[in-house]
Write a protein that binds this ligand. Sequence first.
Ligand code: ZN
Length: 159
Amino acid sequence: MNFRTGIGYDVHRLEPGGRLVLGGVTVPFTSGLTGWSDADVLTHAVMDALLGAAGLGDIGRHFPPGDPQFKGIASLELLRQVGEMLTRAGWRTGNIDAVIAAEQPRLSPHIPAMQVNLADALGLEPGAVSIKATTTEQLGFVGREEGMAAWATVLISTG
Ligand SMILES: [Zn+2]
């Protein structure tokens, strides 16, 4: 069996009044992330980790910002497409581990729903998807609530 790991990292800007979507969950908050799609920073990090592990490039290559067909699209749908790309290339996803850095709001009540969404999009058991949230102790752009960041690692294998 052949194993590969991948890493993904993403950042989106936070603006007052927007919709905050993380792992396909709309989280009630006074601000939202901005971007060409729904700006789901967690799902984007997971997509880049999967594409990277499989040597299939990155999100920007497959879903370029500025392309009208991806404007406002649910990132979970894009994740589903990434999962299909890996399946076609002969890869199976073992597990995903991810971290969201956000100063506010408190994300832990929403994490189980995010796990289910990401797992469903990829045809995995929810237990194969780990998501953590952290603040950055009011330091940096996350701490100043100018944006949110997410990291993800994945393990994929053949067979
Ligand atoms: Zn993104």
